[in-house]
Design a protein around this ligand. Structure first.
Ligand SMILES: Nc1nc2c(ncn2[C@@H]2O[C@H](COP(=O)(O)OP(=O)(O)OP(=O)(O)O)[C@@H](O)[C@H]2O)c(=O)[nH]1
Ligand SMILES: [Zn+2]
Length: 185
């Protein structure tokens, strides 16, 4: 796709995160930005149950094409519940629960992600305002609450397939994501 600079971060809990950057991003101008939440199954094992792998690739490509931007790879597997509980949630989904219901049955929050680390990473990289690649309103809100100006929202739709259609529909209907899936259903 192009040449990226890879930065490593370790947060206060010892968890390690990565940032991929292209070009000069600390000049005060809004930066094309993607906050990607880790998904071992989608990013690495090509699972079709979600859209994470294709979204990762599309975001990386968009940043390379723009010649300036940042992708934060955040270790928030399973929306922050971790790999083992995500696999448990998948088992409940195989038995008919949707993604939100499965988390609740496990006694876990719908979304356990915390974006403080992301805001800190952006600050360290000299980024104070972003053009954010996302369909998730909560992500935009979280960043602006943490003092990062979100000047624009750019949709990121990739990797839709018959196996993840219910997952995407649940995101649209129960988590308020801008996916157009609700209208298409
Ligand atoms: N708990 C849980 N997490 C999942 C499930 N499927 C994918 N994930 C995780 O969801 C995270 C991605 O979040 P999404 O809600 O798909 O998308 P988003 O990052 O909030 O929104 P976008 O910025 O629009 O991509 C990754 O950490 C995945 O591991 C699932 O069925 N249950
Ligand atoms: Zn995924």
């Amino acid at each position: 796709m192009g040449e990226f600079l890879l930065h490593g971060f370790r947060d206060a809990t010892g968890r390690e995160h990565a940032a991929l950057t292209v070009g000069a991003i600390d000049d005060g101008q809004p930066v094309l930005t993607r906050l990607h939440s880790e998904c071992l199954t989608g990013d690495t094992l090509y699972s079709l149950k979600c859209d994470c792998g294709p979204q990762l690739q599309a975001a990386q490509q968009a940043i390379a094409t723009e010649g300036r931007g940042v992708l934060l790879y955040l270790r928030q597997e399973g929306r922050g519940i971790g790999l083992v509980d995500k696999i448990r949630a998948y088992a409940l989904q195989d038995a008919g629960a949707d993604t939100v219901e499965a988390n609740r049955r496990l006694g876990l929050p719908d979304d356990a992600r915390d974006y403080r680390v992301a805001a800190e990473m952006l600050k360290i990289l000299g980024v104070c305002s972003v053009r954010l690649l996302t369909n998730n309103p909560a992500k935009m809100q979280a960043l602006s609450d943490l003092g990062v100006a979100v000047t624009e929202r750019l949709p990121l739709r990739a990797g839709e397939n018959p196996h993840n259609s219910n997952y995407l529909l649940t995101k649209a209907l129960r988590m308020g994501h801008w996916l157009g899936a609700a209208e298409e259903a």
